[in-house]
Design a protein around this ligand. Structure first.
Ligand SMILES: O=C(CO)[C@H](O)[C@H](O)COP(=O)(O)O
Length: 226
């Protein structure tokens, strides 16, 4: 069992009967969804909000009951999601899979947010992974220049499939922005939020309370910050 599978599956222990849960996107949370599907077939009662079309399809295949995000009467009990980088304060870079906007909306409307990743994602400081920034297509070139002025090299994401411009589930573009070491993720996040044309960015600061990091040998280390 590899680190992604080990961490992804173990996180299901935090899901209890009757919970409403947010399901993230990616190859680690894939294992969470498969394990949760098993538990549901054994009788666990949950309702889930998927953070992407891909996750919604997988959750449906697994027979996990879904609820519309807009129909939640109160915050989700728990959200489980992956990450592209995790620092010691559990600040994250997310969005490598392109789902950062819905992932942030769902995590922000959740009592608890748990991250699952393999231990290659653990870093002393964020920034080795280019920061995904979701932007509106209108005038994206201008937004890109304004992002560059903040000290990065934005690159328009293209689809792996056919090389055309990548569109998010929300119809926007993604600029992958190489900032180098991000010493103050909170402050950079606020600067990005203030830029017209930016819909959302992949810095998740002060949101995760726990991270499950899986190693190559299948062991899992848990980091808790509150
Ligand atoms: O943020 C994400 C998708 O938008 C993913 O959680 C992130 O890219 C990690 O993916 P994986 O578990 O496949 O390594």
């Amino acid at each position: 069992m590899n680190g992604k599978q080990a961490a992804g599956e173990l996180a299901v222990k935090y899901i209890q009967d009757g919970m409403n849960v947010g399901l993230g996107t990616g190859s680690t949370v894939y294992w969470t969804i498969l394990k949760l599907g098993e538990r549901v077939r054994e009788g666990l009662q949950v309702r889930a909000v998927p953070t992407s079309v891909r996750t919604e399809e997988l959750a449906r295949e697994q027979g996990i009951p879904l609820i519309q995000f807009a129909d939640l009467a109160r915050p989700l009990d728990l959200t489980i999601d992956g990450a592209d980088e995790v620092n010691p304060q559990l600040s994250l870079i997310k969005g490598g899979g392109g789902a950062l906007l819905r992932e942030k909306l769902v995590a922000a409307y959740s009592e608890r947010f748990i991250v699952v990743a393999d231990d290659t994602k653990e870093v002393a400081a964020l920034g080795r992974f280019p920061l995904p920034v979701e932007v509106v297509p209108f005038g994206w070139e201008i937004t890109s220049r304004r992002l560059a002025a903040l000290g990065c090299e934005p690159i328009l994401r293209r689809s792996d499939r056919d090389g055309t411009t990548y569109h998010t589930d929300n119809g926007n573009y993604i600029l992958d922005c190489r900032f180098g070491t991000i010493s103050d993720p909170g402050s950079l996040g606020r600067e990005l939020n203030a830029l017209p044309g930016v819909v959302e960015h992949g810095l998740f600061v002060g949101m995760a309370e726990r991270c499950l990091l899986g190693g190559e040998n299948g062991s899992v280390r848990e980091i808790v910050i509150r």
